[in-house]
Design a binder for this molecule. Structure first.
Ligand SMILES: [Zn+2]
Length: 368
């Protein structure tokens, strides 16, 4: 992948005023052109580069950085991360931030239904019919000596509210070099944008990298731009280029992973195709406890839950996406499994409860 070309695409996309659009959310769209691999020529003065988060307290990260144990930070939840214990494993949501989408979510959501159905789902959750908020919740799991990070956020290309993964990791006392394993749920730009720094170098330079074979094959195959979802052509082009850039950057380094791959004690990948061909979730099991990191199984806190049957245009295969969403949500609800979902309101932990034709998102109670 020619990084210079991507960089130019990136700048034009940003200047072109994508902020506030669906694409800015990088749910699979044009914002990927702003992804990490496009960053080499991004002028720092115009927004490139991770900046210290306002929550960051001087000196607070130093002791924790040398002692990255489960209780190794002095900062409370709310400093851009939120953690829970799942048996012996520590699962931490690291916020990459959030983004806004203007206008009605229809037909981006619900193209196989009606605007009235989408509005009904929004009304039921007391949400406005115009304008939606989305979150980017990366998952860090510390199990034994392993530090596993699932998904890398937007990098500097996700709009003004996103790209905060690194300062929030620092708040937790985790250095990029502490991360032993990076897993991509799938290759959309809001999940791989933090792969490289402004110089195009890998941020998590000590980590092993994993992805499903189906995902790698999907983005590598001839005719990849012929995606079933009704994604506008200009989005598709950037999407394909972004994924190709990741595969090129990690050539010889990216390991294929599936349910049989031993990432760490108690961690297991689960295939959940539809959003993309090789989309994977991560199950964390320790003792009698379990938690499902569901990545992009759901996107919208009202529509994806209340009406999981409604198609999402950014799903590579909207029908398969809806089928997987319904199947997995039914399982999570019946098992009463706690969930960490990438795009739910921060910190993204909760349960799903059967409600009407679908489910309701029940956030886990916040604890300081
Ligand atoms: Zn996403």
């Amino acid at each position: 992948m020619d990084r210079d070309v991507m960089a130019n695409v990136s700048r034009r996309a940003m200047v072109g005023g994508l902020v506030g659009s669906a694409a800015t959310l990088a749910l699979g769209g044009q914002a990927l052109a702003n992804g990490a691999l496009a960053r080499a020529r991004v002028d720092k003065a115009s927004g490139g580069g991770a900046k210290p988060h306002p929550d960051a307290k001087p000196g607070a990260t130093k002791p924790a950085a040398t002692k990255p144990a489960a209780t190794g930070t002095t900062l409370p939840n709310g400093s851009g991360f939120y953690r829970v214990m799942v048996g012996n494993a520590e699962v931490v949501c690291i916020a990459d931030g959030s983004g806004e989408m203007a206008g009605s979510p229809f037909p981006m959501w619900g193209a196989n239904g009606t605007k009235a159905e989408v509005d009904a789902a929004l009304d039921a959750e007391f949400l406005p019919r115009e304008g939606s908020s989305f979150y980017f919740n990366c998952a860090l799991v510390r199990s034994g000596t392993d530090v596993v990070l699932m998904d890398l956020g937007n990098g500097t290309g996700g709009g003004p509210g996103a790209g905060k993964l690194l300062p929030h990791l620092a708040n937790l006392g985790v250095k990029p070099s502490d991360v032993t394993c990076v897993v991509f749920s799938h290759l959309h730009p809001d999940h791989f944008g933090g792969l490289t720094d402004d110089n195009g170098e890998l941020v998590f330079d000590k980590a092993r990298y994993f992805i499903s074979r189906d995902e790698s094959d999907f983005w590598s195959r001839a005719g990849v731009a012929d995606i079933k979802g009704q994604i506008p052509d200009e989005f598709k082009k950037g999407m394909v280029a972004g994924a190709a850039g990741v595969l090129a950057k990690l050539k010889g380094k990216l390991e294929m992973a599936d349910a049989t791959t031993k990432l760490s004690e108690g961690l297991r990948l689960v295939s959940a195709p539809g959003h993309t061909a090789g989309h994977q979730m991560l199950m964390v099991e320790s003792g009698a406890k379990r938690l499902a990191v569901v990545a992009d199984l759901v996107h919208h806190v009202a529509i994806s839950l209340r009406r999981p049957d409604l198609h999402i245009q950014f799903d590579a295969d909207p029908a398969a996406g809806a089928a997987t969403r319904q199947r997995v949500l039914a399982q999570l609800a019946s098992d009463k499994t706690e969930v960490l979902a990438y795009h739910m309101p921060f910190p993204g932990f909760g349960h799903v409860r059967p409600e009407g034709k679908g489910y309701q998102w029940v956030p886990s109670l916040w604890q300081w």
